[in-house]
Design a protein around this ligand. Structure first.
Ligand code: PBG
Ligand code: ZN
Length: 327
């Protein structure tokens, strides 16, 4: 057998390619800030911007023109609007709620997915309610998350995405949505979310770093892999419509295990630290920009159908310029 027979030209290589990217695979994160007339590059995330709601339209139109079909919204409230309980997260006039309504007004060509968590809204930066010892309280937190998810659904979110890692939050959110007439709003759960050092640039962008301690009592320990299957099985029982594995690149083994063991929709989150490393290497001319395509292919080859990535615009542009085939 001569393996080189099917490598001789581009057409035959394309014909036998086992993996491909579609533009509809991608979900592009957007950071929404308070204020007006703001479009400001995020220092920790080159080529990614903070937008105020009134400047969203130009970005949304650009995404639509590039063929991008889904965004994931993160709210960045003002410091003075944060409190112990993160109440701004379910304010009808909150940044995510206003941004959601705005995007729904602008176009029907983009799915609005909203991140459901408390860390951007709590004064202490943790993803839940604290007891007097500073420990995150699981069950009371799931009630708050359900309120947040419901307020996003009311604003017009197509999909809600809880990223907190509390136990039973998918069930609690599902119940709240169902009881209020939103039984058709899917939940994209961050199911296997690891306590990772790769979230640094995001925390800077979202102002959501914990003011004390870390997130290891709720996010997964990266020494573990069986546990990811347990987390995903539980979220599937609670009716998660999609499960997220996060981060993606140092966790390709997890994505593959989930693919082989769980019959569900797998989304990989190619996180901020992974983006920043690659993007800076490309910007510095250390590697060719084709590494972005190669890297996203690797995530798909591992078994993810969808990819949440800050590279979504990069790859769509490269494809428009004719570097790659994307459907
Ligand atoms: C907050 C949240 C984080 C990310 C998404 N939602 C950070 C964290 O858990 O501290 C990370 C995303 C990224 O790094 O791109 N719950
Ligand atoms: Zn959080």
């Amino acid at each position: 057998m001569r393996m080189r027979r099917t490598r001789g030209n581009a057409l035959i290589r394309q014909m036998i390619a086992e993996t491909s990217l579609q533009i509809s695979d991608f979900i592009y994160p957007l950071f929404i800030v308070e204020g007006s007339q703001i479009k400001r590059e995020i220092p920790s995330l080159p080529d990614v911007y903070h937008f105020s709601v009134d400047r969203l339209e130009e970005e949304i139109r650009e995404l639509v023109a590039l063929g991008i079909k889904a965004v994931l919204l993160f709210g960045v409230p003002n410091e003075e609007d944060k409190d112990e309980k993160g109440t701004a997260a379910y304010d009808e006039q909150g940044v995510v709620q206003r941004a959601t309504r705005k995007i729904r007004e602008i176009t029907d060509d983009i799915l609005v997915i909203t991140d459901v968590c408390m860390c951007e809204y709590t004064s202490h930066g943790h993803c839940g309610l604290l007891d007097k010892d500073g420990v995150v309280q699981n069950d009371p937190t799931t009630k708050e998350l359900a309120k947040i998810a419901l307020s996003h659904a009311r604003a017009g979110a197509h999909i809600v995405a809880p990223s907190d890692m509390m136990d039973f939050r998918v069930a609690e959110i599902r119940r709240a949505l169902d009881q209020n007439g939103y039984q058709d709003i899917p939940i994209m759960a961050y199911s296997a979310k690891y306590a990772s050092n790769y979230y640094g640039p995001f925390r800077e962008a979202a102002g959501s770093a914990p003011s004390f301690g870390d997130r290891k009592s709720y996010q997964m320990d990266y020494h573990n892999s069986d546990e990811a299957l347990m987390e995903i099985a539980l979220d599937m029982e609670e009716e998660a419509d999609f499960v997220i594995v996060k981060p993606a690149l140092a966790y390709l083994d997890i994505i593959r295990r989930v693919k082989d063991n769980c019959n569900t929709r797998i989304v990989a989150y190619n996180v901020s630290g992974e983006y920043a490393m690659l993007k800076n290497a490309v910007k510095n001319g250390m590697v060719d920009e084709a590494v972005i395509y190669e890297t996203l292919i690797a995530i798909k080859r591992a078994g993810a159908k969808n990819i949440i990535t800050y590279h979504a615009k990069d790859i769509a542009k490269q494809c428009k310029e004719g570097s790659f085939e994307l459907n």
